[in-house]
Design a protein around this ligand. Sequence first.
Ligand SMILES: [Fe+2]
Length: 346
Amino acid sequence: MRNLLAVCGLAVLALLPNAASARPELRVLTDRTESHLRPFFTDYEKAAGVGITAVFLDKGLISRLESRPTEADLVITKDVELMELAKQKKLLQPIASATIKKAVPARFQDPDRYYFSDSYRARVIFYSKDRVKPEQLKGFEGLADPKWRGRVCLRSGYHDYNLSLFGQMMAAWGAERTRKVVAGLDKNLARTPTGNDRDQARAIAEKKCDVAIANSYYMGIMLSSKAERSWGLATRVFFPGQDSEGSFILRSGLGLTKSKTNVKAATAFLEYLVSEPVQDRIAQLTFAYPVNSKQPLPAINRELGKGQTGIKDGVFKIRSVAPKDIAGHRTAVLRLLDELKFDRPR
Ligand SMILES: [Fe+2]
């Protein structure tokens, strides 16, 4: 009987279309940089015997998801606020994984389990090593002071990184205090908001401005790059808010679309990303801060904020704002930027 069953089982398998090539093909929709994700895709394809295809978008992640809700199995974004918006638009399904629940600290998980973060970074102040002393810096509010007139560089106010930062200010500080800071920054800009975060460090190196706002991991990326190393060497990182509430952070966001095709395999990939060895690799490779690691930070990150009160071996105090509260202020942030005509030519 057992033999018969075995034979029948084989026969059924043979009849299935593509039985030999039935490896799951995971489909990812992401606004993350391809070079950032590719090594993790490649490793996992080898380790788990699955294929991963990805759509890389620079902008418009949510509208793509709205127009093609089951095009992908997974969404991976550089900005967790977008996951909250996707959740509110009912574009995600909850993640059923005890492994993720256990591995990821609660503040990096959506309470309803629709998304979580695997890593984060701080949105910090970059300053000129030669022309600015860290004692002169007093957080983001300090950068709004008239003494920085014509000395601040920033990418578009409407970029997701800045929308998230300003949204966190609104959630943590209220509308009035945030307006003062953003309006002060607007007055102090040295040039039209342009380029990406690294271009602001470059502008400091080229003496176009003395301070900028950028993400912490770019220091590691610049110092590891032949072409950009001089920008990193000309600048230093200051973590705002360390003598008070802590620094605002930007979190990655990961979740499952409403697609039913590969839920199990997609969940397994998410579990892989929060496993300790992969988390350590995320830190080493991307200079982002992993949410589940016991290893010391990479050497470059241990140097960031050195000498600032409260920072030891690169570990800084975080002012955590719930993604729901950031997303809740997005419209008000956009209105404020419009009102100031923040991106106008200068
Ligand atoms: Fe980035």
